[in-house]
Write a protein that binds this ligand. Structure first.
Ligand SMILES: CC(C)(COP(=O)(O)OP(=O)(O)OC[C@H]1O[C@@H](n2cnc3c(N)ncnc32)[C@H](O)[C@@H]1OP(=O)(O)O)[C@@H](O)C(=O)NCCC(=O)NCCS
Length: 184
């Protein structure tokens, strides 16, 4: 199932999917008793939603399991499914947040799934929770010992992302800003 809502506020999502799907984007849903209880979304680095790069790297845009379904190994199953589907990948990358006010992308959640922090940047949001500093981490899960770790463009990261409206780093259209985050 793909989110291709025609309403204007999803225009960026539609544009992202149109560009990313032919390059290997995948979204997988975990369905229990007819209800979606989890999902994972990933793509090769060149088609991912973050400024993350790396040859043969797959970037996990997002993963979640509903609270009522948590603790049943379903998150790990989604991750394992991604890894088994992408056997040629040298490693998997994603982001994580530390001290961010939202419940999403918590560093310890990503660590529980097996990712480790490679690098981080301390930032503040320009319009939300002003003055609250948080850290964005580049998270890495290699498949082989000598895999070249992925890298990221920290300046581009400050612009936020627009592939998902629910993302804590979503770049809203208003107010018009080039960068929604500021390094500190
Ligand atoms: C991270 C997440 C996907 C894990 O899903 P889950 O189904 O609850 O996790 P699992 O049952 O597969 O557990 C994975 C590991 O974490 C551990 N774990 C899970 N919940 C834990 C908790 N509350 N405390 C300690 N360890 C925990 C498990 O023991 C397991 O470790 P193991 O492999 O060493 O046994 C889930 O917590 C989640 O959806 N978090 C929010 C993710 C998010 O922010 N997404 C972005 C949305 S915009």
């Amino acid at each position: 199932m793909l989110c291709t809502n025609p309403f204007r506020k999803y225009r960026k999502r539609r544009e992202y999917l149109e560009a990313a799907i032919p390059k290997g984007f995948h979204k997988k849903l975990l369905i229990f008793n007819g209800q979606v209880v989890g999902q994972i979304e990933y793509a090769p680095a060149e088609a991912c939603g973050y400024p993350i790069t790396g040859n043969g790297v797959i970037v996990m845009n997002c993963i979640w399991v509903l609270r009522k379904a948590k603790g049943r190994n379903l998150g790990k199953q989604l991750l394992t499914d991604m890894m088994q589907s992408e056997k040629k990948a040298v490693g998997f990358a994603t982001i994580a947040l530390e001290n961010h006010w939202s419940p999403w992308f918590k560093k310890w959640h990503m660590e529980k799934l097996g990712f480790k922090s490679l690098d981080s940047v301390k930032v503040v949001h320009k319009t939300k929770h002003k003055g609250e500093r948080f850290r964005i981490h580049l998270m890495w899960l290699p498949t082989t010992k000598n895999a070249n770790p992925s890298t990221w463009d920290k300046s581009k990261l400050l612009e936020g992302e627009d592939f998902c409206l629910a993302h804590p780093l979503y770049h809203q259209e208003k107010p018009k800003l080039k960068e929604i985050l500021e390094k500190c």
